[in-house]
Design a protein around this ligand. Sequence first.
Ligand code: GLU
Length: 297
Amino acid sequence: MNYVGRFAPSPTGPLHAGSLVAALASWLDARAHGGQWLVRIEDVDTPRCIPGVDQIIVAQLQDCGLHADAAPLWQSQRSARYQQALERLIAQGLAYPCRCSRRDIEREMIRRGQPLARNTELIYPGTCRATSTQHDDSAETASAWRLRTDLNPALIHWHDRRLGPQQQDVADAVGDFVLKRADGCFSYQLAVVVDDAAQGISDVVRGQDLADNTARQILLQRALGLATPRYLHTPLLLGANGEKLSKQNGAQAIDTADPLAALNSAAAVLGLPAQSSGVPEALQAWVVAWASLQSTA
Ligand code: GLU
């Protein structure tokens, strides 16, 4: 089997104890399969990225002994590839321009008697879909672009290597989702699908908070004629308040002065035994432990 894995951090803050779990798990899975491990800097959402953080993350991974098999890929340099994919979807009649603001979407949902849940993603009601066949050039430059979820079956079944069988009806759960925003940034969903395919990723190993995106990504892979990788979503490290530890809730950067301590706490989340030797020896022991956990799973 030709195993290629990846770790795909967004440079919105340095690696913290939670993101190190995903980095370590994806590295261990690649090594346990005798495969390759790649790093991709997901800097498509440019307004949220912090200059210089990409290099900090690359250095943190090095300090933790998580060496990649190739130079990192920066998504900010790949807009032409995302645009090509978008144009392919437009040509297939699967993408359309949308000028709705969040307020417009809320208004439309109220008009349709649909409940508005606070602080959640709005399910796009398809307002601009009807006019999508007559768009003009000015619409293309100033609008967001969305994927039609009503043309092909949007009920996606997939298997997660840890969570087991999963399913989501993308049309019901999220509706026509954004491929490119009105500010010109490509969406995470489009960029991740294009790059996982371009890099030949066979196995996506990432945090469980991202599991909910998988059905959208599979739908896009099918629309673009791309292979679907295997998926494994890792347990999350929870903060004192029981919520996922994240940059948004103030997680501290890992202390690379003591990489073994940082790695030990990430390993504990993955159910791996603590190690007291040096970093390379600890990583080697975890590769063996990880391989045996996977074979009994
Ligand atoms: N860039 C995403 C993040 O940092 C991860 C994307 C992925 O692994 O699919 O949350």
